[in-house]
Design a binder for this molecule. Structure first.
Ligand SMILES: Nc1ncnc2c1ncn2[C@@H]1O[C@H](COP(=O)(O)OP(=O)(O)O)[C@@H](O)[C@H]1O
Ligand SMILES: [Mg+2]
Length: 218
């Protein structure tokens, strides 16, 4: 009897199904399939990357399937952890990409959808080995990996503050302490325009210079 497979996600090049042990990633594009297999095979040999990227257990070259270690955690795109955890994850991913770069690979596609909430970095379908790049392209790819790690985590911290601001707005912002709390959240998330888009009209607080939104009329 075939083992039950659950749908885990769909990406740019195919679909990922899961069994208890494996995440089975099918990739339509032959070049992308081989690039990801090469990256995992090379990086899985590096002891210091254990626990930082999934293990590739095997492949089916005919069906272009990768049998990856199944990670039972949401991605940062599916669920945002609290802010201190996000900062820890950012630090961990920065260390991971620095090891990956030392090993002569760049990731090429760092975003919230390619990082698990445990801090594991995955999806090497855009990875490039240093030996196939010009010196300039190699420099650029390394910079892009570092920049993307910082900017996506920063964006996630902003989203977290936006979530907190919405919760505060929905529960009412009467009283100076709550208004000050909201002003502080908005100052750091720079989210007033986003809140205005969500229908929270922007008004100016009486007690400070920061503009803040108030809850829309029901
Ligand atoms: N090893 C894994 N364990 C658990 N889920 C996974 C694993 N790999 C991928 N997934 C799920 O499948 C989705 C798509 O996988 P990903 O490798 O990012 O594909 P793509 O290259 O198409 O973006 C991910 O967002 C995640 O939800
Ligand atoms: Mg992906």
């Amino acid at each position: 009897m075939p083992r039950r497979k659950d749908f885990l996600g769909r990406g740019r090049y195919g679909v990922v199904h899961g069994t208890r042990k494996y995440a089975i990633k099918q990739i339509d594009d032959e070049d992308v399939f081989h690039a990801e297999v090469d990256a995992y095979r090379s990086l899985n040999k590096v002891r210091s990357l254990r626990g930082r990227i999934p293990i590739l257990h095997g492949i089916d070259p005919d069906k272009q399937l990768l049998y990856l270690q199944h990670i039972n955690k949401p991605t940062l795109q599916q669920k945002l952890p609290d802010e201190p955890t996000l900062r820890q994850i950012r630090q961990r991913v920065l260390e991971t990409i620095s090891i990956i770069h030392e090993c002569g690979w760049c990731h090429g596609d760092i975003n919230l959808g390619n990082i698990f909430a445990s801090g594991l970095l995955f999806d090497f379908s855009h990875a490039h080995p240093k030996n196939k790049l010009s010196a300039q392209a190699w420099e650029d790819f390394q910079k892009k990996d570092r920049r993307d790690t910082k900017s996506y985590c920063l964006q996630a911290v902003g989203l977290k503050k936006l979530e907190a601001a919405i919760a505060l707005l929905d529960s009412g912002v009467d009283g100076l302490p709550r208004q000050a709390e909201l002003a502080e959240l908005l100052h750091h998330s720079k989210s007033s325009p986003e809140l205005a888009l969500l229908g929270y009209p922007v008004i100016r607080a009486r007690h400070c210079t920061t503009e803040y939104p108030r809850a829309p009329n029901p």
